[in-house]
Design a protein around this ligand. Structure first.
Ligand code: MTE
Ligand code: MO
Length: 385
């Protein structure tokens, strides 16, 4: 039984499958900027490999000429500058259940809104390690097109070599999460962090980095994490017709809806921000875009998309990102609405700094794998508590 050494998990995670473990962060935890490590969603394709002690773990870098250079985790810590990067990871299947409900059945785990979480990751830059291993970052060998990552249990994926060495790309080899050693579920003792890309590229239990002219040949690179047109299905798909998903589009969700009485509101923060005195509903949620593109606006409708209000973007991310750094983390938002404005469904959509937004319906961009399900998130007005 390869699963017998899987770790214990927090009982509040919402389990979608237990072997392998796939579990989402509960909605109650999606409203905080940093997700506690034990509440961070878990997406495992296989078992959690027992890699023993961090001291015995080795990372091998295979250069384009086949030469190999090997590092222990202690070597990485000792020889390279350490960085802390706060970044959101989102599974490409996040909100797949909404695509299924809004259009047609999709293949894969039926995630709701919780296959996304944010942590502060500590480690070293992949580009620094590659330079040390012998890669000329200024004039790299032109045959190198991809950086492939191999996990200890057999999972693998790749990113472009450009992203791997981009000085503003912040691709990291990480050994700590929220100030603690990486938990086993999240890649102990070493994982890749590819900020702004779909989380499938942030390979856990990292054994090997291969610089290559080719992408990873794994099914997770060549097949599963791609989007095809709405007419394509498993019987007529040509897997090579679409590129692997790397940077991800704009996403947002409503994580909480609370009724607030007028008298509770009067002297509150919400009253000052929104000038509301009457009975209100407070909505909270997250918004995120890939590629380091900042979320600049979150629009909320109280009446199924007829009228729109602008949510307040909470400023947490300002504490963790310096001016030169891209927006790798989600934004939390909130909005108070007077109850008389409500009708049928709340909807949310976000806008990123390139003015990309989210599609209204799922039918037009349905894909049979249910990837990148970012249609407007709708919640019945009747769900408020
Ligand atoms: N790395 C390995 N080795 N094995 C895996 O199954 N799953 C990938 C990625 N890296 C995976 C992996 C996918 S699809 C996702 S969404 C993220 O890890 C999930 O990371 P998390 O479990 O830390 O949230
Ligand atoms: Mo994923």
């Amino acid at each position: 039984d390869p699963f017998k050494s899987d770790p214990e998990r927090d009982s509040s995670l919402m389990v979608r499958s237990s072997r392998p473990c796939n579990a989402e962060t509960p909605a109650s935890e999606l409203g905080t900027f940093i997700t506690p490590a034990e509440k961070f969603y878990v997406r495992n394709h296989l078992w959690v490999p027992d890699v023993g002690d961090a001291e015995d773990h080795r990372l091998t870098i295979e250069l384009i000429d086949g030469e190999e250079v090997t590092y222990s985790v202690a070597d990485l810590r000792k020889n390279f500058r350490e960085y802390n990067i706060t970044a959101t990871l989102q599974c490409s299947g996040n909100r797949r259940a909404h695509m299924t409900a809004g259009s047609r059945p999709t293949n894969g785990l039926q995630w709701q809104i919780g296959a996304i979480s944010t942590a502060t990751w500590t480690g070293v830059r992949l580009r620094d390690v590659l330079a040390h291993a012998g890669v000329d970052l200024n004039e790299p060998d032109e045959d190198i097109k991809h950086a492939q990552f191999v996990g200890a249990e057999a999972y693998g994926a790749s990113i472009s070599f450009d992203k791997a060495i981009d000085r503003h790309g912040d691709v990291m080899l990480v050994y700590a999460m929220n100030g603690q050693a990486l938990p086993r579920d999240h890649g102990y003792p070493l994982r890749v962090l590819v900020p702004g890309h779909v989380a499938a590229r942030s390979v856990k239990w990292l054994n090997k980095v291969i610089l290559s002219g080719d992408e990873s040949t794994s099914q997770w690179q060549k097949r599963d994490y791609k989007c095809f047109g709405p007419n394509v299905a498993s019987h007529n798909v040509n897997w090579d017709d679409a590129p692997a998903i790397q940077e991800t589009p704009v996403q947002s969700a409503i994580t909480g809806v609370r009724q607030v009485k007028g008298d509770r509101l009067r002297d509150s923060d919400l009253a000052r921000v929104y000038g509301l005195e009457e009975e209100s509903v407070v909505l909270e949620g997250y918004a995120f875009a890939g590629g380091g593109r900042e979320i600049i606006r979150v629009d909320v409708s109280p009446d199924n998309g007829k009228t729109w209000w602008q949510a307040q973007l909470l400023p947490h991310d300002k504490d963790v990102h310096d001016d030169n750094q891209k927006a790798w983390a989600w934004k939390q938002w909130r909005l108070a609405l007077p109850t008389h404005a409500l009708h049928e469904h709340f909807c949310v959509k976000a806008v990123d700094e390139s003015y990309n937004s989210q599609p209204e319906q799922f039918d037009a961009f349905y894909n049979f794998r249910g990837n990148l399900a970012n249609g407007w998130h709708r919640v019945p007005v009747s769900s408020r508590s």
